[in-house]
Design a protein around this ligand. Structure first.
Ligand code: ADP
Ligand code: MG
Length: 225
């Protein structure tokens, strides 16, 4: 059956990047969306994050940081003026906020882990990032995402670069190499940047972070692409 959203395309006036996954909570999608947004904003680009997630943790992050309500924050740092975070609760709201974005970059924090939502996100995206922990189950979780994105590529007759971002990478762990090999063996593309595992990232939630924990390199890689 053809999806009612099959005709939806990304806008041409803003660069839409999604941080999403089929696996549900805890893949670091929201952290990726928010910290990548800060990186792009610090490089001088305007950013809109659209939270497409029932819990809207991205919105709560921005609001708590603006109100200085984090339990872990140090000195108050103002939220950047070129950085906006908005909630979308329906595909139509998502479409409206993505197409209505007047920012240079629009980042979708794609929370819901079902194929329909993933394909809706893909239809509106120029590029997809799949934040993924190096675990033995990783290839299994990534392959179906790539297949759903491939369906949208065929439907729309365009390429949608879809890359794994390895996150929470432990230094010296052999597992990371094993997972990289497993992903390469099934032709899954990976970003060059790896995000190290760092407990400070958890403390950065609900703040304007002082450091970007590797997301500045993700931003550089995207800007160079
Ligand atoms: N690089 C990292 N190192 C350690 N913990 C991380 C890292 N990135 C994210 N986390 C933590 O992982 C948890 C899940 O992250 P979150 O962004 O909320 O995932 P999702 O949006 O996919 O549910 C959070 O507690 C977050 O602070
Ligand atoms: Mg989330």
């Amino acid at each position: 059956m053809t999806s009612p959203y099959a005709g939806w395309l990304p806008p041409t006036h803003t660069n839409v990047i999604s941080s999403t996954h089929l696996k549900g909570g805890g893949t670091t999608k929201t952290t990726c969306a928010i910290l990548l947004g800060h990186a792009l904003s610090r490089f001088g680009h305007s950013v809109r994050v659209v939270s497409y997630d029932a819990l809207h943790s991205a919105v709560s992050w921005a609001e708590k940081a603006q109100d200085h309500l984090s339990l872990t924050a140090g000195a108050y740092r103002p939220w950047p003026e070129n950085y906006f975070v908005e909630p979308a609760n329906t595909p139509e709201e998502l479409y409206g906020l993505v197409h209505g974005s007047t920012e240079e970059f629009t980042i979708i924090d794609g929370g819901p882990a079902d194929p329909d939502a993933l394909q809706t996100i893909a239809r509106l995206s120029h590029r997809i990032i799949l934040p993924t922990e190096p675990s033995m189950l990783v290839a299994e979780q990534v392959t179906p995402v790539v297949e759903y994105v491939n369906e949208v590529e065929e439907e729309q007759g365009r390429k949608i670069p879809c890359q794994v971002l390895l996150v929470r990478v432990m230094t010296g762990s052999k597992l990371t190499g094993t997972v990289e090999d497993a992903l390469s063996a099934v032709n899954i593309s990976m970003m060059k940047t790896r995000i190290p595992n760092n407990g400070m990232v958890t403390r950065a939630a609900h703040t304007v972070p002082t450091r970007l924990y590797g997301y500045e390199f993700v931003a550089e890689e995207l800007l160079a692409a």
